[in-house]
Design a protein around this ligand. Sequence first.
Ligand code: NAI
Length: 255
Amino acid sequence: MPITAITGAASGIGAALSKQLRDAGHTVIGIDRAGSDVTADLSTVDGRQSAVEQVLAASNGVLDHVVLCAGLGVTAPNSGLIVAVNYFGVSELLDGLSEALSKGTNPSAVVVGSVASVQPGANELPMVEAMLSGDFEAAVASANDAANPSQAYAGSKYAVTAYVRRKVHDWAKMGVRVNVLAPGVVETPLYKASTEDPTYGEATKNFVAPLGRGSKPEEAANVIRFLLSDQASFIHGTVLFADGGMDAMIRPGKF
Ligand code: NAI
């Protein structure tokens, strides 16, 4: 049965996915700040390195799937932390686990992005280039200096999506498929905290998908399981929106 490493496994989408995979008999190695198999703080260089080392030890250096769910929303203490977890907590984990993935059976990975990645201007934020060039210190400094949490969130999700898409050749050479799930609203603690935020709460609550509701974490997990599976064997470098129609609503002519 497949061995899957999942960041952010203690809550929300990551927890729902962990349960679904464990119920199906898969081995799951969860990674989170607390309450999971591997304890690591993905906002720090040392924490990310420790997470990679612990996962490699727990998997004997062979992984079939990796799913990057861990993330911080607009209620995070500062913009730099959002960039640290949402971008470097994905890119450095994937890079560190790539060799183990390349030894897996029909290996694949999924990054949880967001429909926020298509927010106008997200691609032009100065911190985006710092992220994509792998400069952790500069990206965090740029986010803290020049981006409010909403911009940092959108910029981090744009950058992490671009990171995946820029690496399609590298991953393909290793025989590993990598895709991005872009959810809209998912009813998790992250979303609930955003709706209660004094600055962003009203806008968050008013941003409603054409389907008229948010999704359950299990609905996001269902899509991740599809992208990981052999049913998605020719899907690589794709951004799959599972957002109740939000992307189509925001930019109907772009696809
Ligand atoms: P959540 O808050 O329920 O789960 C996120 C998990 O990430 C938590 O268990 C948390 O402890 C972990 N995490 C945060 N910082 C960490 C750190 N420094 N080190 C290790 N783990 C850390 O949130 P949710 O909604 O399940 O989020 C999962 C992903 O989905 C995130 O990347 C989020 O940006 C994305 N997303 C969520 C949406 C929503 O409406 N809930 C919409 C679009 C994307």
